[in-house]
Design a protein. Structure first.
Length: 135
């Protein structure tokens, strides 16, 4: 079982179980893909919100720094998180807690060389991660 598998199992065990697994991954993927600038834009959004050190740790090859649900909400905005979670049928608290745990590892997995690939296919990378998880 890989790190992402373990993380999802832990997060989903705390937030309501397997029924939210696909929806939580969909929400994280949606936030990344729909952010202007994609993954780079999302990292910049965290940096602009004063969370640059955390975001840089997720991209780097070192240890990932945690982010709280409140920090995530502050960086992304309540409307964006609520709208996305409602579309996918995930309760707001579940979405925030799950994203706070999932996004650092997901971004880490999307940047295995310690940098954001500007010419990389983000959709393909997210699909590959889904395949690794079997979802």
């Amino acid at each position: 079982m890989g790190l992402l598998d373990q993380l999802l199992g832990s997060v989903l065990g705390q937030t309501g179980g397997g029924q939210h697994q696909n929806a939580l991954l969909d929400l994280a993927a949606s936030l990344i893909q729909n952010q202007p600038g994609g993954l780079s834009g999302l990292v910049e959004k965290f940096t602009s919100a004063g969370l640059g050190q955390q975001a840089a740790s997720w991209v780097s090859t070192g240890q990932n720094m945690p982010i709280s649900a409140d920090q995530l909400l502050s960086a992304l905005g309540r409307d964006k998180v609520q709208s996305a979670s409602q579309k996918l049928g995930i309760p707001g608290a579940t979405a925030l807690g799950g994203l706070a745990a999932l996004l650092p590892t997901l971004i880490d997995q999307l940047t295995p060389k310690g940098q954001i690939e500007q010419d990389g296919d983000l959709s393909a990378a997210l699909s590959a991660l889904r395949g690794k998880l079997g979802v």
